[in-house]
Design a protein around this ligand. Structure first.
Ligand SMILES: [Ca+2]
Ligand SMILES: [Ca+2]
Ligand SMILES: [Ca+2]
Ligand SMILES: [Ca+2]
Length: 455
C-alpha cells in the first residue's frame, strides 16, 4: 500500500456563510444571535442560537484575531457551532486554552474542555441561571463555587480540569474517549451529546494555537539524560549523563559504530551538532555546523556502514549529511517529503542496515513510513496514538527493524507490531514526567532500543 505524503494542494479557504458579524460585543446579549434561528423565549443554556446574558471571558475584550478566527471557524466547523462562532466565543475558547497551557497539560485537555463548553453553553459565559443554578462556560452548579468564580473562565476551566484529573488519575484522560471524560466530569443527563462535538473542539483548539506565538521553550538548564535499559523499571538504570544545555536539542546516535548509542546535542541557535562517544565527561568530540538556524536535527545511518550520520529537516525537505561525522567535508543529499509541519522519525524499517527518514503528521496522528523517501512516497501509513502525541522510533524487540511509538503525558507507548503490519499491539511504559523530553537509544549495545528522558 502506497500513500503519497507529497504536499497536498491546499484547498481555498472557505469563508463563512455569515455576512453580518457583530463585532461590537455587547455582553448582555448573545453575540452570536445574528445568524441563528429565532431565539426561543425560554432558552436552555445549551441552545446555540438563544439570547441570554453573558459575561466577558477576556477582561481585555475580544481581538481582531478572535474575529478573524471566528470567520475561519464558521467555514471549517462541522457540527453544532458551525456558523455560530463569534469573536466573543473565540475569546472564551482562547481563555480555556490558556488555562490548560498554564496548568502544563497536553492540549488534549483543551479539546476535552472545549467539547464540554460547546455542549453546555455553546461557548458562552452564561451569567443568568437558565438550568437550575448553573452558571458559566461549563454550566457549573452552585456547589462548585461562588458566582464570581464560576463566571471566571480561568477558575472555571481549572475547576473542570481538577475534577477531570481526579476522575482519571495517572493521566488516563489522555487515552479515554473524549466524550466519556466530559461526561465523567459533568454527570449530564445527556451523556451522548459530547463525543459528536469533539472533532470541532479540536479544530477550534488547533486554530487558536496556530494563531498564537509558540510558547517559550522550557529552560532545562544543563541537559540531564536519564536513561533506562529496561521497559519494566520506572527508574533510570544508569547514572545520569549531563551534556549540553538549553536551548540545545538532545539527539542520540552511534557515532563510532560500536553498537552503543550515546547522548549528544544540537544547538538550534548556531545550527551546530555537538557529538560525543563519551558524553559523560561533558566534552564534545565533533562540532559540526549543518543546516540553518532552527533546523530540526535528525540522525541516521544513511550509508549502512554501522555509524550514524546527521541531517536536518528544513521546511518539507530532508537534508542528509552523507559524509562521516569524523570528516569536515560536507556532502549532502536532499529531497522533499511530506509537509512543513511534519515531525521527522528515522529508522531502518526494512532491516537492510540503512536508515531512512520518514515523518509523522501531528495534525492527523498518522505516521508516513518510507524505505525510499526520495521518491516522495510512503510505503506504510497508519495512525498511532492520540492527538498531540510526540512521535519516536526504535527497535523494541531487537529484530533489526525499527518500530514506532508515541509519548503521551509521561508514558511511552511502544507499537510492538512491525510497521508492515496494520495490526496494532502496544506496550505502555511509564517513565519520567510529562515535561521531560523523550529520547530513544540502545544504551547498552544489546540490539534493543529502550527509553530515556531529558530534563
Ligand atoms: Ca557508539
Ligand atoms: Ca553511516
Ligand atoms: Ca532500511
Ligand atoms: Ca539496549
Amino acid at each position: 500500500m502506497s500513500a503519497s505524503p507529497s504536499r497536498p494542494a491546499r484547498g481555498a479557504l472557505r469563508l463563512a456563510g455569515i455576512t453580518a458579524m457583530a463585532l461590537t460585543c455587547s455582553l448582555l446579549i448573545a453575540p452570536a444571535a445574528m445568524a441563528g434561528p429565532t431565539p426561543a423565549p425560554s432558552a436552555k443554556a445549551s441552545d446555540v442560537g438563544a439570547l441570554r446574558a453573558v459575561a466577558a471571558c477576556d477582561a481585555n475584550g475580544t481581538t481582531s484575531t478572535d474575529s478573524a478566527l471566528a470567520t475561519q471557524l464558521n467555514g471549517s466547523l462541522k457540527a453544532k457551532m458551525k456558523g455560530y462562532m463569534s469573536a466573543y466565543r473565540v475569546s472564551c475558547a482562547r481563555m480555556v486554552v490558556k488555562a490548560v497551557r498554564d496548568r502544563g497539560l497536553n492540549l488534549r485537555a483543551a479539546v476535552i474542555a472545549i467539547t464540554t463548553t460547546i455542549v453546555e453553553s455553546s461557548i458562552d459565559n452564561i451569567s443568568e441561571e437558565l438550568d437550575h443554578d448553573s452558571l458559566g462556560l461549563f454550566q457549573q452548579r452552585a456547589s462548585w463555587g461562588t458566582r464570581a468564580e464560576r463566571l471566571n473562565p480561568d477558575w472555571a476551566t481549572n475547576a473542570f480540569l481538577k475534577k477531570m484529573q481526579s476522575k482519571y488519575p495517572d493521566e488516563k484522560w489522555l487515552t479515554a474517549p473524549i466524550g466519556e471524560v466530559c461526561q465523567a466530569v459533568q454527570v449530564s443527563a445527556y451523556p451522548d451529546r459530547y463525543q459528536p462535538q469533539a472533532g470541532d473542539a479540536k479544530i477550534i483548539v488547533d486554530a487558536i494555537v496556530a494563531s498564537q506565538a509558540p510558547p517559550d521553550p522550557v529552560d532545562y538548564g544543563v541537559l540531564d539524560f536519564t536513561l533506562s535499559d529496561s521497559f519494566d523499571s520506572n527508574t533510570n538504570t544508569r547514572p545520569v549523563i549531563r551534556y549540553g544545555n538549553s536551548p540545545m536539542i538532545p539527539i542520540i546516535g552511534d557515532w563510532d559504530g560500536d553498537g552503543v548509542d550515546t547522548p549528544s546535542a544540537y544547538d538550534p541557535t548556531t545550527a551546530t551538532f555537538h557529538l560525543s562517544n563519551n558524553p559523560s565527561n561533558g566534552q564534545s568530540q565533533y562540532n559540526i555546523k549543518y543546516g540553518n538556524r532552527n533546523s530540526i536535527p535528525i540522525v541516521g545511518d544513511w550509508d549502512g556502514d554501522g555509524k550514524d550520520n546527521i541531517g536536518v529537516r528544513m521546511g518539507y525537505s530532508f537534508y542528509l549529511r552523507t559524509t562521516p561525522i569524523t570528516s569536515t567535508t560536507e556532502t549532502t543529499t536532499s529531497y522533499g517529503y511530506g509537509n512543513t509541519n511534519w515531525i521527522p522519525v528515522v529508522g531502518d524499517w526494512d532491516g537492510n542496515g540503512t536508515d531512512t527518514p520518514s515523518a509523522y503528521d501531528p495534525a492527523t496522528g498518522i505516521f508516513y513510513i518510507s524505505n525510499n523517501p526520495a521518491s516522495g512516497d510512503a510505503d506504510y501509513h497508519f495512525k498511532y496514538g492520540n492527538d498531540y502525541s510526540t512521535p519516536f522510533a526504535g527497535d523494541w524487540d531487537g529484530d533489526g527493524k525499527t518500530n514506532i511509538g508515541v509519548r503521551m503525558g509521561y508514558t511511552f507507548y511502544l507499537r510492538t507490531s512491525p510497521v508492515t503490519s496494520a495490526t496494532e499491539t502496544t506496550r505502555p511504559v511509564p517513565f519520567g514526567n510529562t515535561a521531560d523530553l523523550p529520547v530513544i537509544g540502545d544504551w547498552n549495545g544489546d540490539g534493543t532500543d529502550t527509553q530515556g528522558i531529558v530534563r
